[in-house]
Design a protein around this ligand. Sequence first.
Ligand SMILES: Cc1ncc(COP(=O)(O)O)c(C=O)c1O
Length: 387
Amino acid sequence: MSNQLKILLSPPHMSGNEQKYINQAFETNWIAPLGPNVDAFEHELAHYVGSKGAAAVSSGTAAIHLALELLGVGKGDKVFCSTFTFIASANPILYQGAEPVFIDSEPETWNMSPVALQKAFSDAKKEGKLPKAVIVVNLYGQSAKMDDIVSLCESYNVPIIEDAAESLGSLYNGKKSGTFGKFGIYSFNGNKIITTSGGGMLVSNDEEALQKARFLATQSRDPAPHYQHSQIGYNYRLSNILAGVGRAQLEVLDDRVSARRKIFETYVSNLGSIEGVEFMPELEGTFSNRWLSTLLVDPKAIPITPYEIINALGEENIEARPLWKPLHLQPLFKGTDFYSHNDNIVISEVLFARGLCLPSGSNMKKEEQDRVINVIKQKFNELTITS
Ligand SMILES: Cc1ncc(COP(=O)(O)O)c(C=O)c1O
């Protein structure tokens, strides 16, 4: 094992201005899950993405949960959801006692396939039971094919929750990722492009629904002088201190996007010509924040698995990870309905089998990225010499 400093996949990158907002919170004693930083963070983020409003919450998962609750998703309802994603996209479906139906990826964005979505809608219509919502995820910063997905969902009159946890700052036809559905959600988990250590945001043009989200997120406390509650509620509001961190992070979001895009381009220019290596595409008309630089290896071109590369990097104290394991393959979701893009191959399974994420932190130094590149080059060189 190398004794060089560890290179992490996507560590937090503070701007230096966070302390100013934290100090304000301390000086005014707003040490609570509400306060001026929370209000300002909501306004500033809504303004940045171009939605009418935003509700700050304790995590991206909480934001998805509230969106489902606001859409009236309950026991026995179906919710269509991208299969190629982190478990957090789908866990809130289970919190509501509803049933997920997983939708495969397509090759141009790696995200939800409109073809598979159409099949799922047709079957649901035949069964006389349309889903209550569709959760579409934009992975690694890349937007799904939102034009197709929005028009399909509109034609069946089913609302969209856009899981933009990984795509804050990305664009689809000039419009900010996360603003295409009835609701959009962002995550400020420690590994995201900007972070509050833990936190999330629900965005929408429906300000009444956002007001309801704030109510649900505050234990659904009725307006009464005593503590009165008429419906189930949650403790999901974001702390005023963490919102302060978020405000400073939002100020540098565009710089973080540029830095991550540059990291991606450096990987492509150094590794993109290796036979059997293919980087994540960027669909025409979209602009990815390149949250994580991800690539596929083709076992037909070169006899290597993602795990061999991940292990070689691990030996050099460099963190790399496989791509998300599709949710329809997770033991938790065994037996769940799934719609594939193709009849003979499942795109999300191919991506999982062949892909990996490389260190992509916006604060990664050039020497550090060189270390990553050199380990990968060496691994491929060894294989070409021996094969
Ligand atoms: C695609 C996706 N959805 C949802 C989440 C959940 O966000 P959080 O960790 O803030 O709950 C994450 C990240 O963690 C994610 O990557």
